[in-house]
Write a protein that binds this ligand. Structure first.
Ligand code: KIV
Length: 272
């Protein structure tokens, strides 16, 4: 069977939703075809996160990420994968103004990338938009707690829920997005007991990042857990140390070029 005819059977939105309280959902971000192909073997869903602005493009926050960048990386990840559900982030400014605007841009993302769902940030304030999208055929993953697109309002990347008086607001956010029809909700950067209460309060899976081990699933930024970023948030365990490994490979290459020990084309391309 040719690659073009190969049947692609991805994990579906209802399958993710049905994992509430069940087997933990495994998820990572990915922005390229080649890393996505590796992640695809293990992840239930892959997020093309707008963190790519910071991780890939050196931006200071996700606020500057344009829609066409999300589409470009979304296409690459869909092309590189065949098993995981692919979720693409809606960037800042592409959905907040109105449900109509959100629909137009979410539909464009889905058509252009062939992803299966979009993610957007915000709790109760985005409930009307989430309902509007879901009723029109667009599966939505919500994102509450520390919402990086709002860091200018929050005054930085700050753990949420340190003040217990705010817990009801965060729980109300989770309930609002669940009632609006979100199939899962990312809970980022909230104190552990609050994350546990949110998980208990909603009937959709919670996907934790810097939240609690008791969330229904976990997500990490791939480059963070691979040790590719010099700085990572405190809660991230490094499962790899690729930064130094890449530097060592580059240094070895540089040495070979300098000493004219660089292998000729016959060795490199094996084309005898
Ligand atoms: O943009 C992103 O990578 C995210 C995850 C950190 C959840 O939203």
């Amino acid at each position: 069977m040719s690659a073009q005819n190969e049947t692609i059977r991805r994990i579906t939105v209802p399958q993710i939703r049905d994992r509430k309280g069940g087997e933990p959902i495994i998820s990572l971000t990915s922005y390229h075809a080649h890393t996505a192909a590796i992640v695809d073997k293990h992840a239930d869903f892959i997020l093309v996160g707008d963190s790519l602005g910071m991780v890939m493009h050196g931006m200071e926050s996700t606020v500057g990420v344009p829609l066409d960048l999300m589409v470009m990386h979304g296409r690459a990840v869909v092309r590189g994968t065949k098993r995981a559900l692919i979720v693409v982030d809606m960037p800042f400014g592409s959905y907040e103004e109105s449900p109509n605007m959100a629909f137009r841009n979410a539909a464009m993302i889905m058509k252009e990338t062939q992803c299966q769902a979009v993610k957007l940030e915000g709790g109760a304030r985005m409930a009307e938009t989430i309902k509007f999208l879901v009723e029109r055929g667009i599966p939505v993953m919500a994102h509450i707690g520390l919402t990086p697109q709002s860091t200018n309002v929050m005054g930085g990347f700050k753990t949420q829920g340190r003040d217990e008086d705010t817990w009801n607001m965060h729980i109300a956010d989770a309930k609002a997005v669940a009632e609006a029809g979100a199939f899962a909700v990312v809970v980022e950067g909230v104190v552990e007991p609050l994350a546990d209460q949110i998980t208990a309060a909603v009937d959709i899976p919670t996907i934790g990042i810097g939240a609690s081990k008791n969330c229904d699933g976990q997500i990490l930024v791939l480059e963070d857990m691979l040790g590719l970023n010099p700085w990572v948030p405190k809660f991230v365990k490094k499962y790899g140390n690729l930064g130094p490994a890449i530097e060592q490979a580059v240094a070895e290459y540089a040495d070979e070029v300098k000493s004219r020990a660089f292998p000729g084309p016959d060795n490199v391309y094996n084309n005898k």
